[in-house]
Design a protein around this ligand. Structure first.
Ligand SMILES: NC(=O)C[C@H](N)C(=O)O
Length: 327
């Protein structure tokens, strides 16, 4: 009697980025076109994937990750939720540009129940480069999405032989291959001979908040204002005039903003805009506040922005919003 073993079925959602990038020569590693190669061509370039899983590629977009918008995030969320519910899919891989991968991974961490594996993967060298990192990253991402060890861990990120948390990860270098880091929380695991190994059993981050956004079609505008010496205090009013319903301040240190700037912040808060104090330093937290603004805790400005968009779109009050940031 022959026993047929069914391979795990993995859906690969292609969104572009350097992993799908094409340059004019093998040595060109900057100034190339990101999002030039189709998801099917990326899959076909790694025949070893067929030994691990039965994969289905879906082209969601094909561009540099700077072009990701709220409707695209919502589309990815719908597709990932559908995979979670489907009997025909065991896991999802999302190919993504690294520039804003941390935002999409954080968004899905808050909006898709932590059930089947969702694995983000990117590359730092275009597909046409000598020693392109995309093919092995893609192979490892599919291997991880097909592995029961990835179950219940929420969105994960694979790059440079590392497995990281989609909730905590950040891009630390504009150029280096080992760009994804979570200096304070660390990596979750690594690949040994392309097999995933975890350091810890599954756990969810303290403060993980789930938003049910099934019927949402767009998210409100939230902008980030960067703090620096000599800050123009009125820039904030311009953001509000341009439609911002919420603002994230990338503050100096632990909540630092200029005295003149704080005057304007108070005025926009009184006008109904929700303001979150985050930090421009990569690590650390902004401590809980006692006044009418909100502190981001550990969350970076770009992640705070996503969380505030979700809170606003869910109709949270100021107190509810404060409670999900200030845990
Ligand atoms: N390494 C990358 O993927 C960067 C690329 N520019 C992007 O789409 O984000």
């Amino acid at each position: 009697m022959t026993l047929t073993i069914r391979l795990p079925r993995i859906t690969i959602l292609g969104t572009g980025g350097t992993i799908a990038g094409s340059a004019t020569s093998q040595t060109q590693t900057t100034g190339y076109q990101p999002g030039a190669i189709s998801i099917q061509s990326l899959i076909d370039a790694v025949p070893a994937i067929a030994q691990i899983a039965t994969v289905k590629g879906e082209q969601v977009a094909n561009f540099r990750s700077t072009e990701v918008t709220s409707p695209i995030l919502l589309d990815l969320c719908r597709r990932a939720r559908a995979a979670n519910e489907s009997d025909d899919c065991d896991g999802v891989v999302i190919t993504h540009g690294t520039d804003t991968l941390e935002e999409t991974a954080f968004f899905l961490s808050l909006t898709v129940p932590w059930k089947k594996p969702i694995v983000f993967v990117g590359a730092m060298r275009p597909a046409t480069a000598i020693s392109a990192d995309g093919p092995i990253n893609l192979l490892q991402a599919v291997t991880l999405a097909a592995s029961p060890t990835a179950l219940g861990r929420g969105p994960l990120v694979v790059l440079n032989d590392r497995i990281s948390s989609g909730f905590y990860i950040t891009k630390s270098s504009a150029n280096a291959l080992d760009t994804f880091k979570a200096p304070e929380q660390g990596h979750l695991g690594y690949f040994d001979n392309s097999q995933p190994k975890f350091f810890y059993s599954s756990a969810s981050p303290i403060g993980l908040h789930y938003f049910d956004i099934k019927d949402t079609i767009d998210l409100p505008q939230v902008d980030i204002v960067y703090g620096y010496q000599g800050l123009n205090p009125h820039i904030i009013t311009e953001y509000v005039r341009a439609g911002a319903k919420g603002l994230i301040l990338a503050t100096m240190g632990n909540g630092g903003w200029t005295i003149a700037g704080m005057e304007v912040v108070r005025q926009v808060i009184e006008g109904g805009v929700i303001v979150v104090h985050s930090h421009r330093s990569q690590d650390g937290a902004v401590s809980s506040s006692v006044d009418i603004s909100i502190s981001s805790g550990l969350l970076s400005p770009q992640k705070s922005r996503i969380m505030l968009q979700l809170a606003l779109s869910s109709g949270y009050t100021l107190e509810q919003t404060k409670s999900i940031f200030e845990i």
